[in-house]
Design a binder for this molecule. Structure first.
Ligand SMILES: Nc1ncnc2c1ncn2[C@@H]1O[C@H](COP(=O)(O)OP(=O)(O)OP(=O)(O)O)[C@@H](O)[C@H]1O
Ligand SMILES: [Mg+2]
Length: 299
C-alpha cells in the first residue's frame, strides 16, 4: 500500500509545493529493500506549480490540451464514465549520470492539475461525492506506488469539494511553516481545517498528523528563539512533533524546480542544500517506519 502524504498549511507561500517536490525527488532516488521506490505526485492545486516543476510548462500545456488532467478525470468519473486513472499519469524520466553510468535522479510520476473543470465539479459537489471519489482514487492507485504526495492549495472548506478529495486521500499530514508572528498566527486556522477534514472524513478516511517542518529557518536567529516554544506548544496539543531538521532559506531554490536546467543527480540539483533535504526526508520517513542505510540513498 502506498503512503499518501500531504504537506499542508492554510497559509500561502510557506513551501507546501517546494517541500512536496523535495520529498518526492529524494524518495524517487532511493532504494527500499533493494527496489527503487516508486513515487507519484498528485497536483490538487489549480495553479499547477508542482505539475510545471516536474514536467515543464510545454508538456503540461500539451496534456491540458488533451484534457488529461486531474479535474477532468474527476468530472468524468463523477458523471459515471468509466475512467482509468493510469491514462492521466505522466512521467518525468529517470536521468542517467553519464560519468558514472548510474541512474540517479529517479523517475517521478505526476497527475497534473488545471483550473478547468474544477468549478464544474464544485457546482454540485457534496462531502459524500468527495469521499466517494477519494476512495475510488485510492483503490485505483493502491498497487502501483510506494509514496504518493498530494499538493493541496491553501483553502480547504466544504465548498472546495475538489481539494477535499485530496485531503481525504491523505494518510499523513505534515505542516510546513516559517517561524515568525504571521505564520504562528496562521496555525490555529490550519489545525481547525485539519480537524474539519478528520470529522468529515469519518472512520474510513483517517489520517495522522506527523508534525511541523520549519522552512526558511535559521536556528540561530532571533525569530527562531522567539517563536519555537509557541510552535512546540501547538505540537504538544496535537500530540505531534516539530521535526529537528530544518530547511534554511536559500536563493538557489529557484533553480531546484527549474525544468529547463538539466540535472542528473540530487546533489547536482540541490547543491550545498542537498544535506538539508536529505536529513529532513530521512527524519520524516523514519516516523513512517523506514530506517534507511546510507548505501540506499543516492546523492
Ligand atoms: N527554503 C526556502 N528558501 C528560499 N525560498 C524558498 C524556500 N522554500 C520555498 N521558497 C520559495 O517560496 C515560494 C513559495 O513556495 P511554495 O510555492 O512552495 O509555497 P506554497 O505553500 O506551495 O504556496 P501556495 O500556497 O501558493 O501553494 C517559492 O518561490 C519558493 O521557491
Ligand atoms: Mg503550492
Amino acid at each position: 500500500m502506498p503512503k499518501f502524504i500531504s504537506l499542508y498549511n492554510n497559509k500561502g507561500g510557506v513551501g507546501k509545493t517546494t517541500l512536496s517536490l523535495f520529498f518526492s525527488d529524494f524518495l524517487a532516488s532511493i532504494t527500499i529493500n533493494k527496489k527503487r521506490s516508486k513515487v507519484l505526485v498528485i497536483d490538487f492545486d489549480p495553479q499547477g506549480s508542482s505539475s510545471n516543476a516536474i514536467l515543464g510548462i510545454a508538456a503540461v500545456s500539451d496534456i491540458k490540451n488533451s484534457n488529461l488532467t486531474l479535474p477532468h478525470a474527476i468530472c468524468e468519473k463523477n458523471k459515471g464514465k468509466d475512467i482509468e486513472i493510469n491514462d492521466y499519469v505522466f512521467s518525468r524520466d529517470e536521468k542517467e549520470d553519464f560519468k558514472t553510468r548510474k541512474t540517479k535522479l529517479g523517475k517521478l510520476d505526476v497527475i497534473i492539475s488545471s483550473p478547468e473543470f474544477i468549478n464544474e465539479f464544485e457546482e454540485n459537489s457534496t462531502l459524500n461525492k468527495s469521499l466517494k471519489l477519494s476512495n475510488w482514487l485510492k483503490e485505483q492507485l493502491s498497487d502501483d506506488y510506494d509514496f504518493i504526495f498530494i499538493d493541496l492549495p491553501g483553502n480547504i472548506s466544504k465548498r472546495n469539494g475538489f481539494s477535499l478529495i485530496g485531503a481525504f486521500l491523505t494518510d499523513y499530514f505534515i505542516i510546513p511553516t516559517e517561524l515568525n508572528r504571521i505564520n504562528i498566527n496562521a496555525i490555529p486556522l490550519t489545525l481547525q481545517i485539519l480537524d474539519n477534514i478528520k470529522e468529515w472524513g469519518g472512520e474510513r478516511n483517517k489520517y495522522e498528523l506527523l508534525g511541523f517542518v520549519l522552512n526558511k529557518a535559521d536556528k540561530r536567529s532571533k525569530q527562531y528563539k522567539l517563536h519555537i516554544d509557541e510552535l512546540s506548544q501547538f505540537a504538544n496539543m496535537k500530540e505531534c512533533k516539530v521535526f529537528k531538521c530544518v530547511l534554511p532559506p536559500t536563493p538557489k531554490l529557484s533553480n531546484a524546480t527549474d525544468d529547463s536546467i538539466e540535472n542528473f543527480t540530487l546533489s547536482d540539483k540541490y547543491d550545498s542544500y542537498y544535506p538539508n533535504v536529505r536529513s529532513l526526508v530521512l527524519e520524516v520517513i523514519k516516523d513512517l517506519g523506514y530506517s534507511l542505510k546510507k548505501k540506499s540513498v543516492a546523492s
